[in-house]
Write a protein that binds this ligand. Sequence first.
Ligand SMILES: *Cc1c(COP(=O)(O)O)cnc(C)c1O
Length: 359
Amino acid sequence: MLKKAVEKIQPYTPEVPLAKLKAQLGLDQMVRMSANENPFGTSPKVKEAIMAWDFQEARDYPDSNANQLRQAVADYLGVAGDQLLFGCGLDEVIELVARTLLEPGDEVLEPWPTFSEYKLHAQIEAAQVVDVPVNPDDGQFDLSGLLAKITPKTKLLWLCNPNNPTGTFIPVDELRDFVAQVPEHVLIMVDEAYVEFADSAAPTSAVTLLPECDHLVVMRTFSKIYGLANFRVGYAVFPKALIPKLQAVRLPYNLNDISQVAALAALGDQDFITQTRQRVAQARQQWADFLETQGLKYYQSQTNFVFFEAPNADALKEALLQQGYLVRGGLQPDWLRVTFGTTAQNQAVQSIIRDFYKK
Ligand SMILES: *Cc1c(COP(=O)(O)O)cnc(C)c1O
């Protein structure tokens, strides 16, 4: 009964609700440092905007076109409104791209490890996924290795920049050279879910490359630095020609009005974003120093998390869990990914790690 491509797929593992986990373990507090959410919460401007929302509109269908949010994002990025596609999180944008573009037998190229949903949705469409391992020394993408794997069947190339889970980042200049070498039949999907965390004087976003390349897509989300993961708002800037069919495939009411209102308010509070970026950069430096001192191998991160080699990772993850800290394992054997928390949370986690390796 099932379509063949679906028989073998492994589901995405969602986060366990914190309340459930706390009750299971009999703990008073549980801190999630596994999902790359904003440790400093959400802008208070978002709460104000939601409280001001007119409940009378609850019975009305939402604005299918997300007009206000579309205009604000277009202005913010300096792109045209009709280049934008909004999704119920970037998750939906990834699904929509796979659903609209991929035919059985098409090839999808990606570095590995990377965000697992690119592969999942390719597999559902019976496309062939080609993984190109990152450089094991520094976690950087093997860009020439990726170019070498492009065939006439390659339809999508996913580049998560900065990458999840490695945290590594390719500067725009390097990306420019790479993009120029990718043939036009390959749609280059740059996932910038974490780009706002990158700390650089030079431009960090591939949005600046859009005028030079007409087969490039740039994806952003409100789930990470904007602290709105619960509201499910993501979007991407596409070549204009692709938008009408993507819109036709999309569910017409994928984004409810409260989410649109929340995202608009979040975008409007850039002070909160700047502050978060600065605080996260401090945490990142502090984590790097800690891992250095411990002699644990890690990759240079430009995100709000760090990926490091942790001998006996499963036991360490369990020790952290028992003390109320949830981190992400299972991405690569004996490596863990930790989302930065507040200063106190970082110190607590680091002290557990220090004790774990002292024994
Ligand atoms: C979290 C994440 C997403 C998904 O974000 P949503 O907008 O919450 O669906 C997409 N890409 C990467 C790389 C992520 O880490």
